[in-house]
Design a protein around this ligand. Structure first.
Ligand SMILES: [Zn+2]
Length: 283
């Protein structure tokens, strides 16, 4: 078999990634609203004009239309081409790192699915089953296929994949349960459990546990750096205005979309989980 010329493979990966990013946009937009991602075709959210094929080309259409609807001239969010571009760069990076092979495809799909999880959790405080169920099935099936291939895999073997799904889901369920006992209210949704079943199926039991650890660390840092100061400032300024009314109000900790932190943690663990584990067991 003649190898695919590298530049051609790079262009192919970028285009494929942009198309995956485009479909990801549809999933992120529609799944939280419980709408089908297959039909109907995309419409302008302002005027409802159904997009022609040339208005639906990833990245390029947005640039050609200068970020406005052709029909009603309303601005189209730059989030769409941005996500298409990020996913395209991700797929290109996977190709450059792993080569034109099955592993690169698995890493690219894993990262894209995690990005979808993080986006919907950040925007809507929910993780659609579409992402986690797809990711779970993809991880299980590709682990079996990869078992018969010569490439060295950063992913789990079929056996570890099954154990990992249970370990990941179990671990996050325990964390959620303990959090609920401490905070005396629901701390974690079922979405986090299904997310960790998916991540565990991809990474195996050890790395699933590392993912929860890394995700909790990222979450704690972000919570400390952003959420608490913002809440304190808001509380302080409003207290000055209406001191009597708000002075006795309890400090309400905001809801934390944990998937926003678990998703990048899973990707970090895929790449550096082994190094982190070696470092932890050495010290
Ligand atoms: Zn329009």
């Amino acid at each position: 078999m003649t190898p695919v010329p590298h530049l051609l493979a790079q262009i192919y990966a970028f285009i494929l990634g942009a198309c995956a990013g485009s479909f990801l946009n549809v999933c992120v937009h529609r799944w939280p609203r419980e709408r089908s991602v297959i039909k109907p075709r995309s419409r302008c959210p302002s005027c409802g004009n159904q997009l022609a094929w040339f208005e639906n080309i990833p990245i390029l259409s947005w640039l050609a239309l200068r970020g406005r609807c052709r029909c009603c001239d309303e601005p189209i969010s730059p989030e769409y081409p941005l996500i298409e571009f990020i996913v395209a760069i991700g797929w290109l990076t996977a190709l450059n790192h792993y080569g034109f092979n099955f592993t690169a495809l698995r890493v690219a799909v894993f990262g894209t699915t995690l990005l979808g999880v993080a986006l919907t959790d950040a925007k809507h405080y929910l993780i659609p089953d579409g992402f986690t169920l797809f990711g779970f099935m993809f991880a299980l099936i590709t682990s079996v296929i990869a078992f018969f291939r010569p490439e060295t895999q950063p992913f789990a073997t079929p056996y570890d994949s099954l154990i990992g799904a249970c370990a990941g889901a179990g671990m996050i369920a325990i964390v959620g349960w303990l959090g609920e006992v401490v905070r005396k209210k629901e701390a974690m949704g079922l979405g986090d459990v299904t997310l960790m079943a998916f991540v565990g199926a991809a990474l195996g039991p050890t790395k699933a546990l590392i993912t929860v650890f890394v995700g909790a660390t990222l979450g704690a840092v972000a919570f400390g750096l952003i959420v608490i100061p913002v809440a304190m400032v808001r509380r302080g300024s409003s207290r000055e205005q209406t001191e009597l009314a708000l002075g006795s109000a309890p400090f309400e900790t905001p809801l934390v979309p944990f998937g926003v932190f678990l998703a990048p943690a899973a990707l970090l663990t895929l790449f550096w989980g082994d190094s982190l584990l070696a470092w932890i067991t050495r010290t």
